[in-house]
Design a binder for this molecule. Structure first.
Ligand code: CA
Ligand code: CA
Ligand code: CA
Ligand code: CA
Length: 406
């Protein structure tokens, strides 16, 4: 039996900074029989370092621990949720927080060893021990509709976020979040959106199913929620490295899809059709596109009213702008460097409300500035309207432990 991945998060701030303080209680030899007493579906605790003696158990969150207050020394989490162990009563965030992964089989155990736990909470994702399940997203209303990045049609850029539990959250731009997908979204290995595909003027979402390579269209309802899906790619889309809902490139006013083929590095254009499907593809780039490990569709950046493409070069971390032309892409220009310290790029229109499209990015462990070090920050790069970006500004550091944003 091995010891658990019990992590001790000294403060909320260190939780944000992805602190994992290592194992506590490691090295103690478990008394197998006593640890084996923890029933399936329960969290259990003991006053000893080896899981012997009287056992505490609960399968529901508790605000206070009564006679067990400040006594936990070894713990086991046989629930299917993360167990958050707070030094404070009532799940207060001022004191330390320990986190224990779900371990229904009861093969792992560990201990805070600090006699400090005063309340316990069970949550679907680790970040919920210390914060909301969704990150903070604030956006200013744009002077006019941008045609994309706005699922609820209020001229304010919004975001869909997938959490580690496979739930989908709609972030309207006022810091709040609304659950719009109760679960199951982790079967998708790609989620994109850019404008309307179905012809009703409402923005839609396209998702690729990992197991089947199918491409699904989820029609936007105009309220930030998604309607019943429709198959738009019967299979085979797993041969693509990246798939991006782009906006209109073909010139018929309908949003199109771009995709990079893994085996060839070719860039393909799949035109949107009046029936909400994708038409016969045409070749946009003859090869070399596998050198890019991130594509983003920020809309028009250089002021010619044609949607442009942003691509990140894997080997250099350079960010390139490919201006959209009629049915093609023009000569690229360099618009950023050091972008390999970003986990993902978010292109949802005009973030700061000045009428120009912007680009935002979520940092990874390689991100280091005086303001923030590591993963979990959202940085906004304001578009200038001439195909460049102003300096990035750190918006919030709550974009931690998520499974995608688009
Ligand atoms: Ca909106
Ligand atoms: Ca639509
Ligand atoms: Ca353009
Ligand atoms: Ca802007």
């Amino acid at each position: 039996m091995r010891t658990s991945m019990l992590r001790r998060l000294a403060t909320v701030a260190t939780a944000l900074g992805l602190s994992s303080a290592g194992l506590l209680g490691a090295g103690a030899t478990p008394a197998q029989a006593a640890l084996g007493d923890c029933p399936s579906g329960y969290f259990c605790a003991w006053k000893t370092d080896n899981g012997s003696g009287t056992m505490y158990k609960t399968n529901a969150s508790v605000s206070t621990l009564g006679t067990w207050d400040n006594t936990f020394r070894s713990v086991m989490n046989r629930t299917n949720k993360f167990a958050c162990l707070y030094d404070d009563a009532n799940h207060g965030l001022d004191g330390g927080i320990g986190v224990m992964d779900p371990n229904p089989s009861g093969t792992e155990w560990g201990g805070p060893g600090s006699n400090s736990v005063s309340s316990v909470k069970f949550v679907p994702t680790e970040r919920e021990c210390a914060m909301d399940p969704y990150p903070e997203w604030y956006a200013a209303q744009a002077p006019k509709a941008g045609g994309f990045g706005d699922l609820n049609g209020d001229r304010t850029s919004d975001v869909l976020v997938r959490d580690m539990a496979g739930r989908l959250w709609f972030l309207p731009g006022d810091g709040s979040g609304k659950l719009v997908g109760a679960g199951g979204w982790n079967v998708m290995n790609l989620l994109v959106r850019h404008g309307d595909f179905t012809g009703d003027g409402r923005e839609d979402v396209i998702a690729r199913e990992a197991a089947s390579g199918k491409l699904w269209l989820y029609p936007g309802t105009g309220a930030g929620t998604l309607g019943a899906r429709k198959l738009i790619g019967a299979g085979g889309w797993n041969v693509m490295n990246s798939v991006t809902a782009f906006g209109d490139l073909s010139g018929d006013g309908r949003s199109d899809v771009l995709a990079v083929e893994k085996s060839t590095g070719k860039l393909w254009l799949y035109p949107g059709t009046p029936t909400g499907t994708l038409g016969a593809r045409t070749l946009l780039g003859a090869g070399g596109w596998n050198a890019m490990n991130s594509l983003a569709a920020p809309g028009d950046l250089n002021g010619d009213a044609k949607a442009d493409l942003i691509a990140r070069e894997a080997s250099t971390g350079k960010l390139w702008l490919y201006p959209g032309k009629a049915g093609a892409l023009g000569a690229r220009s360099l618009v950023g460097s050091g972008w390999n310290s970003m986990a993902s790029v978010l292109a949802v229109g005009d973030h700061n409300g000045d009428g120009r499209n912007d680009l935002s990015a979520i940092t990874n462990a390689g991100y280091v500035t005086p303001e923030h070090r590591g993963a979990g920050a959202l940085v906004m790069y304001p578009g200038t309207g001439t195909g460049t970006f102003g300096p990035g500004s750190l918006e919030t550091d709550t974009w931690w432990q998520l499974n995608g944003a688009f």
